[in-house]
Design a protein around this ligand. Structure first.
Ligand code: NOJ
Ligand code: MG
Length: 572
């Protein structure tokens, strides 16, 4: 058989979306979009304070256009004390001064649209910051303050109210309730916070909370946002009467396999999407919402549909271990579900909450991860990157939309050796787990510059390891076989071959050699060798054209699939 070498990488930008014509006009663009997640603190810093900001993002948008993504999703950049990286919002309709101003947000959206990129903003409706004006008024206004009804305040149990109202625990460890002290020094009621104490949950039983968020949606839609990523999208409505959760022998909330804690996935949440959808639909330009909903699969059809949300993250693929059966199941199940709901599935391998996939795959498939990467957990970096690249090619060959996390296009690893005193993740501060800072380290743009080009001063809110220099954008651009060039090529081909569209169904190849995963999309064949040995290519693929290979160098022998690698072929 002949394997034609893939087109050599070049420094010339591959054609992105139709630049100049604003965003591409495919109907329901979100169905097959590649969305790039920007974590504003860590993308690019324009003013040298070591904290990424909106003008920094705007200045680097051409990188994303050249990469070939369709949209960006911005993690929160709103006014916030930054107790949870901005997911603690003090003002939903203003920009945190660390990140810039509203004018900077307008400029970012305008520039993105000019470059043909859509913009999705994050909305955080489950909780606010304790510095939100309404929460401050709830505290400062004393026992009768009407703002207390906007949050979940309850009297404590026990003789003097000294025990929390129920036994719920926080996702960030510890109790989900904090007792306040009134102005006169007497202990007051407790407020609910499913996350950090600085993140009080809104009371969605109150109409004013509904109105507040409708206004927030309109505010960003009016400014040109193309959609929303909804944070904790399964969390806002709590079960009637706030009943205790069942606990196991260790006193921890018992969450049977495939289920969620009692405070998540309550039916009332669905009404919120039915309320929001007409607002989005009333705007021109196919505004969308994607839910961050960790819910049992069979519940998904309730959240997605023409009257509810457009799509939801599918985290099963991200959680699947390296291997034929695990990855195949993680593809088949969501595809079947997507068919059932008439909405495309989504794919994601990394985000700001999980260990970067270049490191995850560097461990044996049965490795049990804690929360974040501990210092003594040392992944095989080379193997991790090889497999990460292969998994990425697998993901990008699938129909539906794909969400990329900043830095994965560079093959960045999770950073394990951040000094504890610099870690900011609330779960680290509350429970001492390593936490999520390791995937949030600022991006390297140029290998030789201070802070690898993240900021002009060399300042960076988290230290970057030396290896970031080797992986910097300028070290990879135009370099054949680099991870960045693989992503650019894959995104270009995905668009050209319409792999994101559903027309050519995913058909798995059966009876393949052990360790080989194979599927076709029309005449495109995708093969992933999950084994540690090269596998010879089947004879019927003789003459197939090699479109793209995940391995940085060409296959060692023609006609084989290297270990831990993926190929995209086109049948002759
Ligand atoms: C999910 C976000 O992705 C995460 O970063 C945040 O800590 C929690 N929601 C709470 O807002
Ligand atoms: Mg800055």
């Amino acid at each position: 058989m002949t394997l034609h070498a893939p087109a050599p990488a070049s420094t010339a930008p591959l054609p992105g979306p139709d630049a100049g014509t604003a965003v591409h006009e495919a109907p329901e663009w979100w169905r097959d979009a590649v969305v790039y997640q920007v974590y504003p603190r860590s993308f690019a810093d324009s003013d040298g304070d070591g904290m990424g900001d909106l003008p920094g993002i705007t200045s680097r948008l051409p990188h994303l256009r050249d990469l070939g993504v369709d949209a960006i999703w911005l993690s929160p950049f709103y006014t916030s004390p930054q107790k949870d990286g901005g997911y603690d919002v003090a003002d939903y309709t203003d920009v945190d001064p660390r990140f810039g101003s509203l004018a900077d947000a307008d400029a970012l959206i305008a520039r993105a649209h000019e470059l043909g990129l859509r913009v999705i903003v994050d909305i955080v409706p489950n909780h606010s910051s304790d510095q939100h004006e309404l929460f401050r008024r709830a505290i400062e206004g004393g026992p009768g303050a009407p703002e207390r009804d906007l949050y979940v305040f309850r009297d404590g149990r026990g003789e003097h109210g000294e025990l929390p109202p129920n036994n719920w625990t926080s996702i960030f460890h510890g109790p989900a309730w904090t007792r306040i002290t009134e102005a006169d020094g007497t202990p007051g009621p407790w407020y609910l916070h499913i996350f950090d104490t600085s993140q009080p949950d809104w009371n969605w039983e109150h109409p004013a909370v509904h109105e507040l968020f409708q206004d927030v949606l309109r505010f960003w839609l009016d400014r040109g946002a193309d959609g929303f990523r909804v944070d904790v999208a399964h969390g806002m409505v709590k079960p009637e009467g706030l009943p205790d959760a069942t606990v196991n022998a260790e006193g921890l909330i018992d969450i049977p396999e495939g289920e969620v804690p009692v405070y998540f996935d309550n039916d009332g949440v669905l009404d919120i999407y039915r309320e929001w959808r007409p607002i989005l639909d009333s705007y021109e330009g196919e505004r969308m919402m994607v839910l961050e909903a960790w819910i049992p699969e069979h519940r998904l059809p309730l959240y997605i549909g023409p009257a509810e949300a457009h799509q939801s993250f599918n985290f099963g693929f991200l959680q699947a271990r390296w291997g034929v059966e695990t990855m195949r199941t993680a593809i088949e199940e969501p595809l079947a579900l997507a068919d059932a709901v008439g909405a495309p599935t989504t794919w994601v391998l990394s985000n700001h909450d999980v260990i970067r996939h270049a490191s995850r795959y560097g461990f044996p498939p049965d490795h049990a991860f804690g929360e974040g990467l501990a210092r003594d957990e040392v992944p095989d970096a080379e193997l991790g990157l090889l497999r990460a690249r292969a998994a990425t090619l697998l993901m990008l060959s699938l129909p539906g939309s794909a969400y990329l996390y900043q830095g994965e296009e560079l093959g960045l690893p999770e950073v394990a050796d951040i000094p504890d005193h610099l870690r900011e993740d609330p779960s680290h501060l509350r429970a001492g787990v390593p936490g999520r800072d390791g995937c949030r380290v600022p991006l390297p743009w140029s290998g030789d510059a201070p802070a690898f080009g993240f900021s002009s001063t060399g300042s960076s809110w988290l230290p970057q390891p030396a290896v970031f220099g080797e992986l910097a954008v300028d070290r990879q651009i135009g370099v054949e076989g680099s991870t960045l060039e693989m992503y650019r090529r894959a995104l270009h081909l995905r668009r050209e071959l319409r792999l994101g569209r559903p027309e050519a169904p995913v058909a798995f190849l059966e009876d393949l050699p052990e360790g080989l995963l194979g599927l076709t999309r029309g005449d495109v064949v995708v093969l992933v060798n999950t084994s540690e040995q090269e596998i010879p290519l089947a004879e019927d693929l003789a003459g197939a054209e090699l479109l793209l290979a995940s391995a940085p160098s060409a296959p060692a022998a023609p006609g084989t699939i290297p270990a831990d690698a993926a190929l995209w072929l086109r049948r002759a």
